[in-house]
Design a protein around this ligand. Structure first.
Ligand SMILES: C[S@@+](CC[C@H](N)C(=O)[O-])C[C@H]1O[C@@H](n2cnc3c(N)ncnc32)[C@H](O)[C@@H]1O
Length: 218
C-alpha cells in the first residue's frame, strides 16, 4: 500500500496529540485489527466538530464507535450523533463505549445500511463522516449534500488509500484519464471528483491517516 506520510512525520503528528481518555485508549487496543480512522484523524475530527460548533453529526459506517467517540465529546449535551452500522455486535459495543464516556444520551444507534438509514434522518447536519463501503461513497454524497448545514463539513475517510483501493487508478481518474477500476476504487474516484467539482462545497484532501477529504459547505 502507498505510504502517504514518512514514519518520522507520523511520529511527529502523534507526539503533538495529548493522550486520549482511558476509554479511547481501550478502544484503540480493541481496534488493532479493525480499520478505525486512527488517533490522528480522530483528533482532527474532534477539532473540526469544535471548530464548526457542531450540534448534529451523521456517520456512515461507525464500526464499534471509535470515530463517534472522538466526535461525541465535542457535542453539547443536547447535541446528536447518528451512528450507522451493518453489524449489530459492533453497534452494541459502540453503545457500551459511549455509555462509559457518558455520551450515549446524545447518540442514536441505527443498525442497517447507512445509505438507506440516511433517508430517514432530516438535516441539517453540521458534520458528516463517510467511512462505510467504498463503492457506496457516491450514493452517500448524493444523499447527504443537501442535508449539510451551510458552514458544515463532510469528511470522507480513505480518500487516498485503504487495503482495497487502487491509489494509482484514483490519481489517474482525477487527472482526467479513464483507467480500469474495480467498484471500490471507482467509488472513491467518483466521490473525489463529485466533491471537487461541486460549486456549493470547498474541498481539501488532507494526508492524515489514510487520507481524508474535507468538504466545507459554503
Ligand atoms: C472503516 S469501518 C468504520 C470505522 C469507524 N468510522 C471508526 O473510525 O471507528 C467501516 C464500517 O462500516 C460498516 N459498513 C460497511 N458498509 C456499510 C453500510 N452500507 N451501512 C452500514 N455500515 C456499513 C462495516 O461493517 C464497518 O464496521
Amino acid at each position: 500500500m502507498t505510504e502517504i506520510l514518512p514514519d518520522e512525520t507520523k511520529r511527529f503528528l502523534r507526539a503533538a496529540i495529548a493522550d486520549p481518555d482511558e476509554t479511547l485508549q481501550e478502544m484503540e487496543e480493541r481496534g488493532e485489527d479493525f480499520p478505525t480512522v486512527g488517533r490522528d484523524v480522530g483528533q482532527f475530527l474532534r477539532v473540526l466538530a469544535y471548530a464548526v460548533d457542531a450540534e448534529r453529526i451523521f456517520e456512515f459506517g461507525s464500526g464499534f464507535g471509535y470515530s463517534a467517540y472522538w466526535f461525541a465529546e465535542a457535542l453539547p449535551e443536547d447535541g446528536e450523533i447518528v451512528l450507522t452500522e451493518f453489524d449489530d455486535d459492533e453497534l452494541r459495543e459502540a453503545r457500551d463505549y459511549l455509555e462509559r464516556g457518558g455520551f450515549a444520551d446524545r447518540a442514536v444507534f441505527e443498525n442497517g445500511d447507512a445509505n438507506e438509514i440516511v433517508e430517514r434522518h432530516d438535516g441539517p447536519f453540521d458534520v458528516v463522516l463517510i467511512d462505510h463501503n467504498k463503492d457506496g461513497y457516491p450514493e452517500a454524497w448524493d444523499a447527504i449534500r443537501e442535508k449539510v448545514a451551510p458552514g458544515g463539513v463532510v469528511i470522507a475517510d480513505n480518500a487516498m488509500v485503504s487495503g482495497i483501493q487502487d491509489f494509482d487508478a484514483i490519481l489517474a481518474a482525477m487527472e482526467g484519464e479513464d483507467p480500469e477500476m474495480d467498484a471500490e476504487t471507482r467509488g472513491i474516484a467518483e466521490y473525489l471528483l463529485a466533491v471537487r467539482d461541486d460549486p456549493d462545497f470547498e474541498t481539501s484532501v488532507v494526508p492524515l491517516g489514510e487520507g481524508i477529504a474535507v468538504s466545507y459547505r459554503r
